[in-house]
Design a protein around this ligand. Sequence first.
Ligand code: WTA
Length: 648
Amino acid sequence: MSEQLVFQPSAAAIARTHVTKDQYEQLYARSVSDPNGFWAEQAQRIDWMKSPTIIKNSTFQYPDVSIKWFEDGVLNISANCIDRHLVERGDQVAIIWEPDDPKAEAEYITYAKLHEKVSRCANVLKSLGVRKGDRVTIYLPMIPQAAYAMLACARIGAIHSVVFGGFSPDALAGRINDCDSKVVITADEGRRGGKTVPLKANVDKALQDAPGVEKVLVVHNTGADVLMKGSRDVWWHEAAAGVEPFCDPEPMNAEDPLFILYTSGSTGKPKGVLHTTGGYIVYASLTHQLNFDYRDGEVYWCTADVGWVTGHTYIVYGPLANGATTVMFEGIPSYPDVGRFWEVVDKHKINIFHTAPTAIRALMGAGTEWVEKADLSSLRLLGTVGEPINPEAWMWYHKNVGRGRCEIVDTWWQTETGGVLISPLPGAIATKPGSATLPFFGVEPIVLSPEGRLQEQTKAEGVLAIKESWPGQARTIWGDHSRFVSTYFETYKGYYFTGDGCRRDEDGYYWITGRVDDVLNISGHRLGTAEIESALVSHPKVSEAAVVGYPHDLKGQGIYCYVTLMSGETSDEALKIELRNWVRKEIGPIATPDLIQWAPGLPKTRSGKIMRRILRKVAENDFGSLGDTSTLADPAVVTDLIENRQNR
Ligand code: WTA
């Protein structure tokens, strides 16, 4: 598809936009030339208990990386997301909860109700001994209690770590231990696509390896019979009934931690990305408003899960800070049928719909009759997030869901960036299908050659880095600042390295081409090859494993595993199934291998380093261009790998 395809903002979008094209250009220039002035003004959108006088105090200088914003300001995020709206919009719906089962009742939670629910949860947490600075792990399905729990932590100054409900007990235990949570919040079970997920049983298993947990707060969700351990386990509804319905928000310094969110890197265990209070909420609320051109009274639906950063910033914190009506959806796009998204859009009269390219591709594959049946006239704007969107999917979305009249915003960002960094502002920036377009205010993207040379000409290709700090940026990795510095600031000194490759076209538009490191993006979910490899080699029959990604029509990337067995083991189909199930159990269903190839040997250099470049090429079925293989210890290995490749 032609890259020349350009969509100018519609007249309707131009007429209502918060930021016009000229304003974007002027404000952008100001935001980078005078960050202190620009962000001091933007900070006023938040209610401070003490206004900040110091705005930006950040350096990317290796190795003394330090990121601080608004450092003498004092505020509480829960008060900003709830209390300050009560006078004007106490009766407005804050959260619409749409259940997995379309026949079950939706819930409409007003800001007044949210205040009560969050306050009660905050008081329960206090009664369980949680104090400012303590870590609380949240392992919940997409039910309102997930948002209550996050906001309750923010209210009392506890640091939440939300773990996606699809992760295994092992993965959960690792995340609990890494940040020493003493309290875990979960539910008896979750529901997803007509199935149940045994969350409480998973927590029980995880806690066998996480002895530091003292209390488990359990939401009575499906009503399943679960084991409650006397002194440890507490029912949420019982505890909440016994506490006051109000709780004073704790004054928090702008740089006090708000949450930890574990995400995959190219090596080792998932890292606990740490976000703090002031900068995060200023950035979340500003990007939510401008990126979606949000206006009072609109209904906004982001289909992500709160277990990922998108759920944090663009289901909970950004929308609620703006007094929006935000939708939480418990289900999946294909249950009970592939018309579900469109049915929910009509049911709740959604104005802004935000989803992942992988969902769009899957629904596109199901044909147009489902989307044609729906009315969809409430829709005004469509968003995509999480992975590169191929122009075909963009066009399908535009034509069939947007009916040619909705703006599309392709939002590029990361767990580490806290909020959107590159995306069109509707009504201001013309779009090109497949491009995330231009940077947000205060964001200075740069393109570097892989060796680190700055590409100064507009048209360029290379790796994507960012020149200066922005308020929503992660501050560190929990308990390991040196890993933070070495992961993001060492390879290209003086810059934040994103791990993504990109192209910048003659108009200065950015086209993200995907990760350049060993991080996979499976259906918009981030996974490290190292995690999957370590799960595989923990199987008694596996001696060695190497995992790479390969292009996958629906998931964006698929998981391709090269496995060397212990001598004497039989490499048959049954063992492949066993290994697939093993990885599911070790990490979770999202990490299930797509293709497994038995590899009697892996291509290694004489010093024993696995040459992943070759493994990627074979997995991509593109072995004509393997490049230099002369440094291999045993070049014959490659011939065998090609002969037995699985992706043909
Ligand atoms: C990828 C999700 C292209 C990218 C918010 C990034 C994207 C990683 C886009 C972060 C997009 C996210 N276009 N690629 N619009 N959005 N990515 O931390 O590779 O789960 O580095 O954050 O997803 O994934 P994460």
